[in-house]
Design a protein around this ligand. Sequence first.
Ligand code: 4G0
Length: 263
Amino acid sequence: MSFEFDVITLFPEMFHAVTQHGVTGKANNHSIFQLTTWNPREFTKNKHRTVDDSPYGGGPGMVMLAQPLEDAIVSAKNRQIGAGISAPQVAYLSPQGQQLDHNLVVQLSKLPGLILLCGRYEGIDERLITRHVDMEISIGDYVISGGELAAMVLIDSMVRQMPGTLGDPDSADQDSFVSGLLDFPHYTRPTVYQECKVPEVLLSGHHANINRWRLQQSLGRTWQRRPDLLALKIAQGISKEEEKLLEEFKQSCTAGLKLGTRK
Ligand code: 4G0
């Protein structure tokens, strides 16, 4: 059973980025997900094929008309029902939505499918949202020119969680954020690049020490860069070993500062 994405968009070609390229392209070829686009322009009823109009109450920009979007959404819902999905869910990508995070990605990827509504201009007639939208999702506190790139961020993050997408079944669990910590640094050949060495422990072949070093780097970087995430992690509870590794990391930072004061 493949995950069913239906996307309502004025720019269907943009979605080749996820269906034809990279990890998501491969997952699509392996039928881990299916993606069908619906262009509201194809559902217009006037000869100019108009999809937008000026806002009631005045103001700058244009608002997407309810009717072409509603007809496209109904077609998408009927296709999902035909594919065996009893209650298709519609998600609208907008800056007003619930902010996307790892937990929401995992939750959504457990559904059988999702209809993604992509807005352009200043947004969509509110009555369409009231009638058809089940959830509003934001990829972060900024505005982009259309919902398409936001929808593709959501699709990519969800497809990575689907069984069979990543070569190794454990690799999604190895991702940063599953542990609640930032990733550790990575190195590959050569062992010396522009006079910069690879940390000795990674060449030692001592896997317990390597894992300890990586965990320490993850803890240390989270402490330095995302104190908000570290506070959450500590509230969830960290082991005595993790406490020790973080203290040692903090010590090595202070040691480095002292060195820097020497003439
Ligand atoms: C709806 C999502 C859609 C309303 C979409 C813009 C950022 C995000 C759009 C607007 C988007 C996000 C009110 C400008 C299309 N930009 N943060 N652009 N307004 O997820």
